[in-house]
Design a binder for this molecule. Sequence first.
Ligand SMILES: Nc1ncnc2c1ncn2[C@@H]1O[C@H](COP(=O)(O)OP(=O)(O)OP(=O)(O)O)[C@@H](O)[C@H]1O
Ligand SMILES: [Mg+2]
Length: 619
Amino acid sequence: MTGLYAAFPPDLAPGNVSAAQTALSDIELLHSISVSLIGEQDREALYGKIVDAAVFITGSQFGTMQLLCTPEHGAGHGGELQLLYAHGLPAEAVGFWHYVSPAAYSSCTLALKLGQRAIIPDFEQWADIAGTEDLLAFRRTGIRSAQTTPLMSRDGHLLGMISTHWNKPHHPSERDLRLLDILARQAADLLERTIAEEALREVEEQQRQTAARLRELNETLEQRVAERTAELMQAEEKLRQSQKMEAVGQLTGGLAHDFNNLLTSISGALELMNRRIGQGRLSEVDRYMVAAQSAAKRAASLTHRLLAFSRRQTLEPHATNVNTLMYGMAELIQRTAGPGIVVETLGSSELWPAFVDKSQLENALLNLCLNARDAMPDGGRITLETTNQWMNREAARGIDLPEGDYLCVSVRDTGTGMSPDVMAHVFEPFFTTKPIGQGTGLGLSMIYGFAQQSGGQVQIQSTVGEGTQVSIYLPRHHVEASQDEHDPADESVAASQLGETLLLVDDEPTVRMLLADVLGELGYTVIEAADSVAGLKLLRSDVHIDLLVTDVGLPGGMNGRQLAEAGLQLRPQLKTLFITGYAESAVFGGGQLEDGMHVLTKPFAVDALGGRVRELLAK
Ligand SMILES: Nc1ncnc2c1ncn2[C@@H]1O[C@H](COP(=O)(O)OP(=O)(O)OP(=O)(O)O)[C@@H](O)[C@H]1O
Ligand SMILES: [Mg+2]
């Protein structure tokens, strides 16, 4: 205020001078106002000067300047009039009129409605405002009359309002209004400029913030990537863990179920045998024996398949011509598949040999053909095919193998195919879609484990409604496959002729007793030892020993293999037959055995033991 009065000397104030002087002094007044406004750089101070000038021109007690909020006003005041500056208003009034809604009663809302200046010479006489809160507010403030002059931009839109208010009924004079118009013109220009500046500042501020944020993002990018990656890995690990637990649950459940059935058969049969023997009904014992044996055989095959899946079975790999093996199975497969299914074998000429356990490979192919048969209840075609495949790094990585030469043996059918959902689970042990009693769900899981243990891989391609192809990849073996390997199982059990002596080492008394009985019955002299210490002692002695038959897992500080090696040092001609369950297969470090060492996997038929011993002694 004081600044303005200093700028506009009292002697220039209206009323003290003649008309000509008045016109001249009005021009001077406007000029001094204009100069004062133009020189003002501070926004708030500028608004104050504009309002004070309006108050000065109109001789009012109060004055305000308002900004029309744009529709996109952040705090939701779009369309309302925001108070920029007030002259003479008490704090309560400033609060009340801080934002004025277009629906309120006031000279400024009237001007807003009319789109031009509004004058209220006496609020008490204005019918519209009677009885409203707004009138009470004017009364409290001591306002009786008001005028509002719109502030228009150069392109004709409303920017805000400039109002003056008197404490008495009052109508501003023509001269006051003329001067106000001129002031409003300049005020509008200045307001437009400050609005534009404000907008620019906001944009600049946003840009600055964006740039700062970007810089910060860049600086922390690496860290965030690392964090995110760690999070993802953790989530993935959790998922894998839960999948693993699910698989383990499925596995143990399936295993318990199958073994319970088999144990029931075996123990039931033994109990009945016992009873019949007690009753002297010896002729009836035989059928229970057969039942118990067949259940035990099934249990053995179950553990075999499980061990195959866990890649812990003891493999006896040999250089193998897979074509010969495949052709040799064709008839068996055709018989198993039945007349509705055509079986064809396509062997690649010049097929590379593989180093593989033959009987396991046969087993695998047979399982695949059974799956194929089951997928073609209305008949179809099974194609067995062998091919050589050279795989570069990329192709090999696609099926999780190192780069190199592989031979592929595949079984293709024209059956139902599998949905991706089924495909995702087929390698899980006990996963089967077949009715209870028809599938154990171990076929493919066993093949998977076998292929991996053999250094290869299994791949499945399947389309629902078209068929399935399962391919087993085996690494190429660089030695000629022997053409005429004989199968020890074919050999008939001949009794010992020379009364050879066997050293039998096994810590399990029942097993040792059974083995000793069987071998003794075959005519061999059997010396027994319960651990490696006792075994080694005998090997050190001058007792004649033709063959060492030993368990692999042994108490006494040495395992079976170490015992055999020590024996070989003492007796260079010593031959060894290992008898092993799965866990010990690691002892053989990938199945490579020294000359004179052989393996028989538990459980085995008594005949097989005899055959193996005979074979070794004959060599
Ligand atoms: N050639 C195929 N065509 C369609 N589905 C197949 C084929 N081979 C396997 N499957 C699906 O995969 C499942 C698992 O096969 P897998 O050989 O592991 O067990 P299974 O055949 O059910 O039982 P088994 O232990 O007697 O082999 C099958 O139940 C079947 O749903
Ligand atoms: Mg199967």
